[in-house]
Design a protein around this ligand. Structure first.
Ligand code: T46
Length: 181
């Protein structure tokens, strides 16, 4: 049985797997549909992703309009500061963010519900980030919100300017972003 903990924005859930260590190494279950449906919500994952990033890389804040993706994210190498922003206008937490440190060492996972912008900043020399998505990637529906938008005020643990893609350098301000009802 994994441990499921609602964070400050209740729909965002931290999941901590049960780790079985022995002289060979470790084993852990990383997803169980029955438990997830009971503890979080009914879900159907249709796409798995895997990215590797160097130190100081920041990817985000990304989301898809029309076909928002729920994401179950975790780190299998290194350490990242993972951030989600509630961009559902109807939410009590609209415009609020929550951040958690995910690492290969702490083995923590995060459920990012549909309706949230998502991003992460790499703290280790490199990080491998894998995640399950509840809808397919659709380039034309992708949107990027500016990681450093003061109106959201994410406290990224950055020590220097993060390394960004051109897309992320030109993210949209929250006030101009296409958000959800
Ligand atoms: C996301 C995605 C990308 N791609 C292609 C499109 C580009 O040619 C290349 C790199 O894409 P991008 O720079 O958007 O990758 P990330 O910056 O890691 O994007 C992700 O970063 C943040 C953290 C997220 O939460 C999203 O899952 C996703 O937006 O992979 C695909 O073919 N399929 C996909 O699902």
């Amino acid at each position: 049985m994994m441990e499921y903990t609602e964070l400050e924005i209740p729909d965002v859930v931290l999941i901590e797997p049960k780790v079985f260590g022995d002289h060979r190494g470790f084993f852990m279950e990383t997803f169980r549909e029955d438990e997830f449906n009971e503890k979080v919500q009914d879900v159907r994952f249709v796409q798995d992703n895997h990215s590797m990033s160097g130190k100081g890389i920041l990817r985000g804040l990304h989301y898809q309009i029309k076909r928002p993706q729920g994401k179950l994210v975790r780190v299998i190498e290194g350490e990242v500061f993972d951030v989600v922003v509630d961009i559902r206008k109807s939410s009590l937490y609209f415009g609020q963010w929550v951040g958690v440190t995910l690492s290969a060492e702490n083995r923590k996972m995060l459920w990012v519900p549909p309706g949230f912008a998502h991003g992460f900043y790499v703290l280790s020399d490199s990080a491998q980030f894998i995640y399950k998505c509840t809808d397919y990637y659709a380039h034309e529906l992708e949107r990027c919100m500016l990681w450093s938008d003061e109106t959201i005020g994410i406290k990224w643990p950055v020590t220097a300017s993060p390394v960004l893609s051109a897309k992320d350098e030109n993210g949209t301000l929250f006030k101009d972003a296409e958000v959800f009802e």
